[in-house]
Design a protein around this ligand. Sequence first.
Ligand SMILES: C[S@@+](CC[C@H](N)C(=O)[O-])C[C@H]1O[C@@H](n2cnc3c(N)ncnc32)[C@H](O)[C@@H]1O
Length: 293
Amino acid sequence: MTERRVKSLMTAVILLAGLVLAMPGAAQDKPDDNAIWTAFISWFKSAPLGGDPFAAYAAKLEKEGVPGTEVERRLTTIARLFSTHPEGIESFYDRTYSQPLTGNPARDRLPSAPSSFLVEAAKGLKPGTALDLGTGQGRNAVYLAGQGWEVTGLDISQAGLDAAAENAAKAGVRIQTMKADYNSYDFGAEQWDLIVMDFAWAPVAEPAFVAKIERSLRPGGIVLFEHFVNKPEDRYAPMVRALEPGALKDYFPGLEILSYDEGEGKADWGGPGSRIVRMLARKKSRTPVPLTW
Ligand SMILES: C[S@@+](CC[C@H](N)C(=O)[O-])C[C@H]1O[C@@H](n2cnc3c(N)ncnc32)[C@H](O)[C@@H]1O
C-alpha cells in the first residue's frame, strides 16, 4: 500500500469515529447496569406518583426514541437490579407509600382491601402467630389481626410500616411492625404459625432465604404465597422477582403443598391480565425417631 493510500485510509477511519461520537445519544445507546439504574432512580424521584412506574418509565423512554428492544433490556435490568439494591427498594417504596390511602383504589392506585386469596385461606386456619413479609401498608396484617392473629408486619420501607401502624389503629387492632431487609434478618426458630408473602418480592429462588423461612415456622405452620409469574409474551417483563411457570413447587423442600394454582387474572398489584401463582403449603411435622429395640 502506498503512503498516500495509508494516509487517506487513516483519515477515513478518524472521520468515521468522529461521526459516530458526534451522533446524538451514541454513548448512551447501550448504557451499562449502573447507568440504567441511576437514570431510573433519578427519574422515579421526581415522577408523578400513582399508576405503574415501570410502564410510565417505558413510555418515557419510547417517547425519547429509545427502540423497543432497548426499552425492554433496560426494564428487565431494572427489575433484576432491585434484588441487589435494597436501598433502591426502600426509597422506591418510601416514595410510593408517601401519600396516605383514601380507600378508593381507583384514586390510590394501591390496593387497600386484603387479598381475597388470604381472606379465603384464613377461614380454614386457627389464629396464632403470623409474620407478614413485605407488609407494605399492612392491608393483610390488619385483616389478620382483626381475625384474632398476633401479627408482625415486616418491611424495608419505614413509610409503609408507619402507614400500616396507622391503618391498624384506625381499624382498632394491634400489630407489631419491624423494619428489616429479608436478606439480613433472622426470622427466628419455630416461631410462626403463618408466614404471608403477598406480592412481597420475596427471594424464594434463594435456598438461604427458604431455609430461614422453613426454620422459623412451627411444625404444621403455613406459608401463604401470592406473586407474579413471568409472561414471555409480555412486551416488557418488569415484575420484580416474578417466578418462572411451575418453579415455586420445588422451592420449599421442607413444606408439603396444600394448594397450588397458576392462572390469569387481576392481580391486586398488577391489574388485569396478570399471571399469578398462589400457593398454600405446610411445614412437615418432625419425623419421629424410629425405635431400634
Ligand atoms: C408490592 S408491595 C406488597 C405489599 C403488601 N404485601 C401488599 O400486598 O399490599 C412489596 C413490598 O415488599 C417490600 N420489600 C421488598 N423487598 C424487600 C426486602 N428485601 N426486605 C423487606 N421488605 C421488602 C416493599 O418495601 C413493599 O412494601
